[in-house]
Design a binder for this molecule. Sequence first.
Ligand SMILES: C[S@@+](CC[C@H](N)C(=O)[O-])C[C@H]1O[C@@H](n2cnc3c(N)ncnc32)[C@H](O)[C@@H]1O
Length: 292
Amino acid sequence: MKDIATPSRTKDILFRHGFSFKKSLGQNFLIDPNILHRITETAGLTKETGVIEIGPGIGALTEHLARTAGKVVAFEIDQRLLPILNETLEPYENVKVINEDVLKADVKTVVEQEFAGFEQLMVVANLPYYVTTPIIMKLLEDKIPVNGIVVMLQKEVGDRISAKPSTKEYGSLSIAVQYYTEAELAFVVPKTVFMPPPNVDSAIIKLIVRDEPAVSVKNEEFFFTVTRTSFAQRRKTILNNLVNGLPGGKEKKENIYAALQKAGIEPARRGETLSLSEFAALSDALLNEGVH
Ligand SMILES: C[S@@+](CC[C@H](N)C(=O)[O-])C[C@H]1O[C@@H](n2cnc3c(N)ncnc32)[C@H](O)[C@@H]1O
């Protein structure tokens, strides 16, 4: 079967439907079957896998997903793409398109209704870059029961998500995502595989969702408050960031100092040097010292 994702076929489809790209919706469509093949391979799909796609566009990735997975449910915000998707995905009976903003959609209920009985559930997508982080955090924080997430995103965001401590990319996003998943930057993608080409470099990231979070903490919300606060000013010490950033921090400077000591963390260190387990020990120690 002829692929949608060739430059000439994509141009023809867009021209026939009088479609013009909306930059504000992050519309950069894939026009290289080779990359699509590598994405589905990275996701390790089988006919027992259910797939949630976010932003099918004209269906370039969707058809590769439909060929390799058991069922695909795709959320597309742009109503103008529906007649195109009707045409391009016509040969595939295992695809359902939902015309909704994925950030507003009740994804959990959709999963319950559409994927009962599937052994594995994956999110696979070429994400709209203006909402990359909110989409990934919604999937993780809402605890959508997926086994993994394989998505195209800005390389710079992929580097931050997969960063290790003591690197300039490591920050609260690395911690938030690595708390829930094992993150790996799978491969970098050239701008030439998109129509139109995006302004930034792209990459595919693979997130394997953990059965249990990477570390156990007494209070998840406070753990994330502590990590965000610790990176508020990267040049400052962890002690200064916590004193200036935590609610009531200035009055509780001594308790913060004691918590750092109890967690075995030198107060003069910078947030970017702390591992996930050190942040977990620190947030629990702060709670024990009455800082929260
Ligand atoms: C980067 S394009 C990917 C298109 C297609 N999957 C491909 O690879 O060629 C992103 C797609 O996400 C859609 N989109 C943008 N914001 C969205 C949102 N909040 N919810 C669902 N879809 C969205 C856009 O309309 C566009 O079709």
